[in-house]
Design a protein around this ligand. Structure first.
Ligand SMILES: Nc1ncnc2c1ncn2[C@@H]1O[C@H](COP(=O)(O)OP(=O)(O)OP(=O)(O)O)[C@@H](O)[C@H]1O
Length: 265
């Protein structure tokens, strides 16, 4: 489903956190949300998965304002995978994945054949069968992230919202998970701190800086040397390699003073 964010304003504690934010993700697109610490990425995600009501502006999923849908109807469309807080749940992995079906349950709240199918499919797709019966709390960080993605996929969402999903993953697991997300074909909005990973995964990037969108578009057009210097304070460049993958290379040190630093330092 298409995601549209338009003229979004958020104020928290009387401080403007997001200002006139606009972005779009077409059906099936993977859009990366990047920006320095504190630029407003998680806050923006919260408005998209309907946990924070904006002071102004709209968030539309599939053409409907999420704040005009019931929480349940919105949850049938949008699944969020947030940073694992390490909470002790006492639930097994399979029970945790099954929580993804809650928004689809009927009045009796019981699992039906469709629920069981969705859970089994998500478990298989995310490779969590080997620890399906373990207590979620006993898993490693990387294993938990796979389970949280499985829970989101069990929801059969039309929009996936990801906040630093690859945090705990080793390099191979990162690529596997990113391939998995791409293979689902679900419209995705993903916060990624690793710009190189964002460049490889995403069709488009949206750059937030101090609560405003300062650039948006195809990766190569967005991650210019000027933007990397101005917004992230690093010297770097992006190129498309012969294998078709867009890669980002940085100089070893951050810029001391805008673009005044010596090349390559
Ligand atoms: N409940 C709140 N009350 C007041 N300020 C808040 C609240 N939540 C977030 N903020 C502030 O809003 C700003 C944006 O925070 P947010 O978590 O959205 O940034 P971020 O881009 O996700 O950062 P990071 O990359 O560090 O995770 C920060 O300055 C943060 O301190």
């Amino acid at each position: 489903m298409k995601l549209t964010v338009d003229r979004l304003h958020i104020t928290l504690d009387r401080r403007p956190i997001l200002r006139d934010v606009r972005l779009e993700a077409e059906k099936g697109d993977i859009v990366g949300l990047v920006g320095p610490n504190g630029s407003g990425k998680s806050t923006l995600l919260r408005t998209v998965y309907r946990s924070l009501r904006p002071a102004g502006g709209v968030v539309e999923v599939g053409g409907d304002d999420v704040w005009r849908l019931s929480a349940r109807a919105a949850a049938r469309r949008t699944a969020a995978v947030l940073q694992d807080t390490g909470a002790v749940t006492g639930l097994s992995v399979i029970e945790t994945v099954a929580l993804g079906r809650t928004a689809h349950h009927g009045l009796l709240g019981r699992d039906g054949a469709e629920d069981r199918r969705a859970v089994a499919e998500a478990v298989a797709r995310c490779g969590v069968e080997p620890f399906a019966d373990r207590d979620y709390a006993t898993l490693s960080g990387g294993e938990r992230q796979r389970v949280l993605l499985a829970r989101a996929l069990a929801q059969r969402p039309r929009l996936l919202v990801l906040d630093e999903l690859t945090n705990h993953l080793d390099i191979r697991a990162r690529f596997e998970l990113l391939d998995l997300i791409r293979s689902t074909g679900i419209t995705t909005l993903a916060v990624l701190h690793d710009l190189d990973l964002a460049a490889r995964l995403c069709d488009h990037l949206v750059v937030l800086h101090e609560g405003a969108v300062v650039a948006a578009g195809p990766v190569l057009e967005v991650l210019t040397p000027d933007l990397l210097a101005d917004v992230f304070g690093v010297r770097g460049r992006t190129e498309r390699h012969p294998d078709g993958v867009v890669r980002l290379t940085y100089a070893a040190r951050p810029l001391a003073d805008g673009r005044e630093a010596e090349p390559g330092r």
